[in-house]
Design a protein around this ligand. Structure first.
Ligand SMILES: Cc1ncc(COP(=O)(O)O)c(C=O)c1O
Length: 404
């Protein structure tokens, strides 16, 4: 198939839910993707912070092949050894005590929302409100959309489930003022991803932890985008010196194989059999893939690598800012954004034509989330392309507009 044919079939047969760039890939290796015509691209999108190990990592490929040949699926009617090992690994490496597995970030947050509602019913008379931040992103299901405080995602789908109370991000006083006798939890991203890579301040996150302790609320951190080494520690919360009561993960956890997880401290674990479930969640294949990812992340110290390589990339982005080619760089580890002087879409398109994949995380900002295995030379190559593109006059916008 050619890219042209892939585009034609997509336009004819798929629902129009994505603004796609005019490119289709055949295969990948490490940080590189190859399109159907054989052109090579440096992948600094990383499947939107998913491909932690890069493409076709031999350990992940071997784990998936071996598990697929042994056992794909049995259902949660039975004990699943791979699921138990994965839960053990995550519990031993986090502040949480138990895990629930599902298939995506939205499902992990749905599970967290349900867990906190049940917890709220047990710990007071009908506490069900969850405080969330403006510009948050927690998913596309109806409850996670209700928690996603961005009107552009919500407007077409009202009425949304009630019980989500918005406050400005990084505003501790507003968060404190939003707590009522009905509040059961606060749900936050430690670094807001889809609204442009906006980190929570240390004062805010430690302040919210204190507020939750004081008022008896669950602190639920959505680390779907920031987790699994991406920001320089296995979980971003470690950099804030706090622990959450509930933690949600997906994206990097499977390195490209779909899996989500909700972890919780024992005190928050109120589910009983029948309360929640998923046919596919935590099946042997998904868990074998995630275990392989986590063992490589730990064994190859990829979180530390995210710090080292992230500082190379951030320094290069700051050079572009200092040279007047962009406005500001922000983020942590290998989750970075560059605020541009103008529209991001034509820059995304021009970079792609030059063999660099980046995406517009906001109308005027680029996101960089390359695989954690990225090499210094690949970062230098990406910065060289980006610098060249930013220096050239931009063509009108094509398909590089912000999409999630
Ligand atoms: C912080 C955060 N939470 C939740 C989600 C939803 O994850 P998924 O697309 O796997 O449902 C995303 C996706 O971008 C995200 O960035």
């Amino acid at each position: 198939m050619t890219t042209e044919q892939a585009i034609a079939l997509t336009q004819q047969y798929l629902m129009s839910t994505y603004r796609r760039a005019p490119v289709a890939f055949s295969h990948g290796e490490g940080v590189w993707l190859v399109d159907l015509e054989g052109k090579r691209y440096l992948d600094f999108v990383g499947g939107i912070a998913v491909s932690a190990l890069g493409h076709a990592h031999p350990v992940l490929v071997a784990a998936i092949q071996a598990q697929a040949a042994r056992l794909l699926h049995v259902s949660n009617l039975y004990h699943i050894a791979e699921q138990a090992y994965l839960a053990q690994w995550l519990v031993e490496h986090s502040a949480c005590d138990r895990a629930f597995f599902c298939n995506s970030g939205a499902e992990a947050n749905e599970a967290a929302i349900k867990l906190s509602r049940k917890w709220g019913k047990r710990n007071g008379a009908n506490r069900y409100e969850i405080i969330v931040a403006h510009q948050s992103f927690h998913g596309r299901t109806m409850a996670t959309l209700a928690a996603t405080m961005q009107p552009k995602y919500q407007e077409a789908f009202s009425p949304l489930p009630p019980g989500f109370v918005p406050v400005p991000f990084n505003d501790l006083e507003a968060t404190r003022a939003a707590v009522t006798e009905r509040t059961c939890a606060v749900l936050l991203e430690p670094i807001q991803g889809e609204s442009g890579i906006q980190p929570a301040t240390l004062e805010y996150l430690t302040g919210v932890r204190g507020l939750c302790d004081e008022r008896g609320l669950l602190l639920m951190l959505d680390e779907v985008q920031t987790g699994i080494g991406r920001t320089g520690t296995l979980f971003a919360y470690e950099q804030y010196g706090i622990v959450p009561d509930v933690l949600t993960l997906a994206k990097g956890l499977g390195g490209g194989f779909p899996i989500g997880a909700m972890l919780a401290r024992e005190s928050a674990c109120g589910f009983s059999p029948g309360d929640h479930g998923s046919t596919f969640g935590g099946n042997p294949l998904a868990c074998a893939a995630a275990l392989a990812v986590l063992r490589v992340v730990e064994g190859e110290r990829l979180a530390e690598r995210a710090v080292a390589m992230g500082s190379v990339l951030a320094a290069g982005l700051r050079v572009l800012v200092d040279g007047g080619l962009a406005k500001a760089a922000r983020g942590r580890g290998l989750l970075l954004a560059l605020e541009l002087n103008g529209e991001a879409a034509p820059v995304v398109d021009a970079c792609r034509r030059e063999g660099l994949l980046v995406n517009a995380v906001a109308p005027t900002a680029l996101r960089f989330a390359p695989p954690l295995v990225v090499q210094r030379s690949e970062i230098e190559q990406a910065l060289e392309i980006l610098g060249r593109v930013l220096e050239a006059p931009q063509a009108p916008a094509g398909t590089g507009a912000p999409v999630q």
